[in-house]
Design a protein around this ligand. Structure first.
Ligand code: DGJ
Length: 688
């Protein structure tokens, strides 16, 4: 899968359906050769001879400063004497099965850089990262994981998501301007307004056809991807972790390693691209991909900060009646946390609300046949808390500067080993002393005044912080092997491949209005799979938008991800409870197909009717969701299905109706009735 041609100094990486080639130029600079359709070594050698000029200013595998280079660098270094840049010297390489390491050094300075590539036998994703090691003191000003170069295309269009709290993951598809376009988060967390991935095509790709190049970064803090289109018609991007304008001082023999920036070439459009990411995440990212994502009840929208033991028990009884498998008590169970103004950081049960601790509630929940889960926000603290009064120096701060609060809270400096250790200890104790199967790990604010007084290299906190959060999650998982974790940051503010290495699922958005949620989930699913997409059914009118939607519509939207229920069940009518129970039963039947199958987006939100189809791995079952938020004038067209056997017949599991595969493929399902917030769920099983 990885071969080296020593004469041309070219490496060829081969995945099941793509090839990636790079080589060293006459100055030992590692240069891009090919990323696209599969090539033989002989063909790849043909490219390097005929096509690439060594004076092409782009096309570097890790763009550095120096010489006639003027594009955004991936790596910027400054030595003690002020010298900058890198002049490459090739040291050697190692091919170890599916991994390639290329060792390089600076020609005249004590700096070694290793480029890492990893391919897989079962998918076309290529993982790339880099490490740098210095033998002399050096300041690292920027260190991206990788630069990716595209072939010459007639045009360039980028797909990405943008948004805000309550409106995350809004898909945008725009022409790439000549110049540099920066996608970034400077928040310390991944961010609601952007997400660290992009897809680029020539402007012609469709959902199921066309070449698409994409990449996604495995990092949960500040990040930056710079997409460059030069006036000569070449495009590339460089991306990685870190924060603008910061310095990482690398001591002698210290190493700095970037996170993975994974790339994918697919020839089957945006849908094929998304499916490839979904299966990569299932096979190579998620810690427990096959763990059944339980049907969750979460108390947040029902009760917010006004909670009590009796009330949670009442909700648990109602949730159990619906077939809920895991009951999660959200915020406000601890310390003096009766609003968002106090108590965060004081992680013991509120003695007024839970006088005998969490034991009675957990026993009650377990007795109802459900597992128990708990909300935590380990990285933040209210100034009005015992923790902050005892340790005011534990938060991110800078001497003489304000300590800016957001949601009345400050950020604990998780880069500090003592803070990280303390955090791990209380979480570990909580899990050891209670029968807790699930943690919802929240983080509700960005960094500000991000200083670390007293530390000789304070700016490294931007990276060490995130590493420590990931490490705590890992330790908890290792010591509590049945634990499931949901990542959350004020809704979908920290969704990325870095988090997905440590959690089962992500909370997608605090906007649970099903009509709005369709577009949010559509954007989330561009990269991240349905099994990782937390989705609740809540009340109508919705608490965020006040929109009224039918219960069935709300369920259908949430059933296309990892279903949860978050409404105030005390206010649901008996009729609604009966409907909800039936829908939960239906969800459990289709869950293996939605979570384990391949996802096909049949029709986007802007078409009026959004349609998403899931096909089981053995193609014997398929589930189609149709969502129509508003009625006229759109949404009249039938929805043609895909990935079915034209010669087979399929039975509708709800109605018993028999459909011909060929008819579903060519004519589809009938359109929905033209009412507002109409939905349908069709579960088809192939007849033997
Ligand atoms: C933000 C989360 O997104 C919500 O689901 C809820 O857990 C609140 N925080 C609790 O404060």
């Amino acid at each position: 899968m990885i071969v080296f041609d020593s004469a041309a100094r070219l490496w060829l990486l081969t995945t099941p359906s793509s090839s990636y080639a790079l080589r060293l130029d006459e100055n030992d600079a590692p240069r891009h050769v090919h990323w696209g359709a599969r090539l033989t070594l002989e063909q790849a050698l043909g490219i390097s001879e005929e096509y690439h000029g060594d004076h092409d200013p782009g096309g570097e595998e890790l763009a550095v400063e120096g010489g006639l280079r003027f594009a955004a660098p991936s790596l910027t270094v400054r030595y003690g004497d002020g010298t900058r840049g890198v002049e490459w010297r090739y040291l050697g390489h190692t091919i170890d099965g599916e991994e390639l390491r290329i060792d390089l050094a600076d020609r005249s300075r004590e700096l070694r850089i290793t480029l890492h590539y990893r391919v897989f036998g079962d998918c076309d994703v290529i993982e790339r990262r880099a490490t740098v090691r210095a033998g002399e003191p050096v300041e690292i000003l920027r260190f991206d994981s990788a630069a990716w170069t595209l072939p010459h295309l007639r045009d360039y269009r980028v797909s990405h998501v943008t948004g805000e709290w309550g409106r995350e993951f809004q898909l945008r598809r725009i022409d790439v301007p000549v110049g540099e376009t920066v996608f970034t988060s400077r928040l310390g967390i991944t961010g609601h307004h952007a997400n660290p991935w992009l897809m680029v095509d020539a402007g012609q790709a469709t959902e199921e056809h066309g070449d698409v190049w994409s990449a996604a970064l495995a990092w949960s803090g500040s990040w930056r991807i710079t997409l460059r289109r030069d006036p000569l018609g070449r495009a590339s991007w460089t991306g990685g972790f870190g924060h603008e304008g910061l310095t990482w001082r690398l001591g002698p023999d210290e190493e700095l390693a970037t996170p993975v920036f994974a790339g994918l070439y697919a020839s089957d459009g945006f849908g094929g691209t998304s499916r490839a990411w979904h299966s990569y995440i299932a096979s190579h990212v998620l810690p427990a991909p096959d763990a059944v994502r339980p049907v969750i009840f979460n108390s947040w929208e029902a009760t917010e900060f006004d909670i009590s033991q009796d009330q949670q028990m009442e909700l648990a009884e109602l949730a159990a009646r619906l077939g809920t498998e895991l009951f999660v008590m959200d915020d406000a169970w601890f310390g003096a946390r009766t609003s968002d103004a106090a108590g965060l950081g004081d992680w013991w049960p509120n003695p007024d609300r839970f006088p005998e601790g969490l034991g009675p509630l957990i026993t009650k929940v377990r007795g109802l046949g459900m597992k128990f889960g708990l909300w935590v926000e380990p990285e933040a603290v209210n100034p009005d808390s015992d923790l902050y009064r005892a340790h005011p120096d534990w938060v991110l701060h800078q001497p003489g500067r304000s300590r800016t609060t957001s949601r009345n809270q400050l950020v604990l400096n998780m880069a500090r080993p003592d803070v990280a250790e303390w955090t791990h200890a209380w979480l570990d104790r909580l899990l050891a002393e209670h029968d807790i199967a699930f943690l919802k790990w929240d983080m509700n604010r960005p960094f500000s005044e991000a200083g670390w007084p007293g530390h000789p290299d304070p700016e490294r906190l931007w990276i060490d912080y995130v590493r420590n959060v990931h490490a705590i999650l890992d330790r908890l998982r290792a010591d509590h092997p049945d634990l499931l974790i949901e990542g959350c940051a004020g809704g979908g503010g920290r969704a990325d491949l870095g988090m997905l290495r440590h959690v089962e699922q992500l909370w997608t958005s605090d906007n649970t209005d099903a009509a709005e949620r369709v577009a949010i989930q559509y954007g989330f699913g561009q990269i991240y799979p349905a099994r990782a997409m937390g989705a609740w059914v809540t009340d109508s009118p919705n608490t965020v938008t006040a929109r009224c939607t039918p219960l069935r519509y709300r369920f259908h939207v949430a059933m296309s991800g990892a279903l949860g229920i978050g409404g105030d069940l005390r206010r649901w009518t008996e009729d609604e409870m009966v409907w909800a129970k039936g829908l939960v039963e239906q969800y459990k039947r289709i869950r293996p197909i939605v979570h384990g199958g391949a996802q096909y987006r049949l029709s986007p939100p802007e078409a009026g009717t959004t349609a998403v189809q899931y096909v089981s791995a053995d193609a014997s079952e398929t589930v189609v969701f149709l969502f129509q938020p508003s009625s006229l004038p759109r949404g009249k067209a039938p929805i043609r299905l895909t990935a079915l056997d034209p010669a087979a017949r399929y039975r509708d599991e709800a109605t018993g109706a028999i459909h011909h595969g060929a008819v579903l493929l060519s004519h589809g399902l009938p359109p929905l009735l033209t009412f507002d917030t109409t939905s349908e769920l069709v579960h088809l099983r192939r007849l033997a």
